[in-house]
Design a protein around this ligand. Structure first.
Ligand SMILES: Cc1cc2nc3c(=O)[nH]c(=O)nc-3n(C[C@H](O)[C@H](O)[C@H](O)COP(=O)(O)O)c2cc1C
Ligand SMILES: C=C(O[C@@H]1CC(C(=O)O)=C[C@@H](OP(=O)(O)O)[C@H]1O)C(=O)O
Length: 381
């Protein structure tokens, strides 16, 4: 591992923060672009009241000078505006409010309380909350800027909300990317977005919640990132782990990996070569990875998000204190957060790819990496 990071923070505590170590020197960071990613993560049809309160911004504390990375640890904070209303309830210095005992099926409430010995599930759910993904996205934004410097572009598209997915498998072109960025459902087809909005509205009226799926792409990757020599060096395994590390993501797919109905000759991508393009394939069912190694085709991976566990229609549960039957607690919640999860998916994929790139090409200074990539590209043509 060349790049590593930690995040810390509770959903209603003072802030989310992150430290990244191993980021190379010499990258001029576009702070506006970092905040654009944070804003993207907050958007999306179906989100709850919290996003009206927050306006996430990254405050960098270290590791840069005049906007340029120094190779030293980068610390970043995203403040919680909502903490103002919670500072007597959730803080390193205060604990208050009624205990949260009507534990929600599908959330961290019960397993977290039992595991750590809490009589108030808030002690678990505050950290389990996907609010932490604001810190992840701030770091992911740095990784995507680093990748872009080497010609690698990361993007995504939502492929399902509460219905069978409409897989695309191809990175969006410039026009589609602009449409996806402008869409409140992360898709480049307004007719589909309208259908999904109606599904979310119906689910909200029913008091329920709804999940979905998204594709993340990376174009311009050099061949040879990751390795087959050991399981924990396989890039497919690392990407699947990164995607499933996002709260509520329950499955990941690499390329057309779940197409179990296809026979081998219909599944695998025939290899061609010409002087202009080097090695290439006309199809990409491998999703850009063979044997855990990038093969020069666009990376295509998918994340599958379960429906949000907090619902106004509270499920049957058991009270943590009395052990009596009750109904799950509802305070406030998203009905659907798949578009936001896709933005987080981009961030974790960008981070994982940046890690693999630094591993292969060395990681002290951006210019050195650039030279190493060029020399290598000439060898593998
Ligand atoms: C962007 C995003 C927003 C989320 N918003 C909510 C929410 O408002 N309410 C909720 O109960 N769960 C929400 N979740 C999901 C929970 O965080 C998640 O289900 C919970 O932590 C349990 O983890 P698990 O689903 O991975 O088992 C959200 C997840 C993501 C990625
Ligand atoms: C705060 C965010 O997402 C939160 C994730 C979340 C959960 O349980 O995961 C529960 C909700 O928290 P709250 O009860 O404060 O509204 C979401 O809003 C965010 O994404 O910025």
């Amino acid at each position: 591992m060349s790049l590593r990071y930690l995040t810390a923070g509770e959903s209603h505590g003072p802030a989310l923060c992150a430290i990244a170590e191993g980021f190379p020197a010499g990258l001029q960071v576009d702070f506006g672009a970092v905040n654009d990613e944070l804003a993207r993560r907050q958007r999306g049809y179906g989100r709850g009241g919290r996003q009206q309160i927050e306006r996430d911004e990254a405050q960098f504390l270290s590791g840069l000078r005049g906007g340029e990375t120094l190779g030293s640890p980068i610390a970043v904070v995203v403040w919680n505006k909502d903490h103002q209303s919670w500072k007597e309830l959730v803080s390193p210095y205060a604990r208050g409010g009624r205990k949260f005992t009507q534990v929600r099926p599908g959330h961290a409430d019960l397993p977290g309380a039992l595991k750590y010995g809490f009589d108030d599930a808030r002690d678990a759910l505050e950290r389990a909350s996907a609010r932490s993904t604001a810190a992840t996205v701030a770091l992911g934004a740095l990784a995507r800027q680093l990748l872009l410097r080497f010609g690698v572009r990361v993007s995504s598209r939502v492929t399902a909300i509460g219905e069978r997915e409409r897989k695309v498998g191809l990175p969006p072109d410039a026009a589609a990317r602009a449409a996806i960025l402008a869409s409140d459902l992360g898709v480049d087809d307004e007719a589909v977005a309208a259908e999904w909005r109606a599904l979310i509205d119906a689910e909200k009226a029913r008091g329920g919640s709804i999940g979905g799926a998204f594709e993340v792409y990376a174009e311009g990757l050099p061949t040879g990132l990751g390795s087959y020599v050991h399981p924990d060096r396989r890039l497919d395994a690392r990407l699947a782990g990164a995607l499933c590390g996002i709260p509520a993501i329950r499955a990941a797919e690499i390329g057309e990996g779940t197409r179990v109905e296809l026979r081998g000759d219909a599944f695998h991508d025939a290899i061609h070569h010409d002087a202009a393009r080097g090695f290439y394939r006309d199809t990409n069912r491998a999703g850009g990875l063979e044997a855990g190694v990038t093969n020069g085709a666009p990376l295509v991976v998918r994340g599958y998000m379960k429906p949000i566990p907090t619902m106004t229609k509270g499920l049957a549960t058991v009270d943590l204190a009395s052990r009596q039957a009750t109904t799950a607690k509802y305070e406030r919640s998203d009905v659907c957060a798949v578009p936001a999860a896709a933005v987080v998916g981009e961030a974790v994929v960008a981070w994982t790819l940046a890690d693999a790139l630094l591993e292969k090409f060395g990681g002290d200074r951006v210019g050195d990496i650039e030279q190493a990539i060029e020399a290598y590209a000439a060898r593998v043509r």
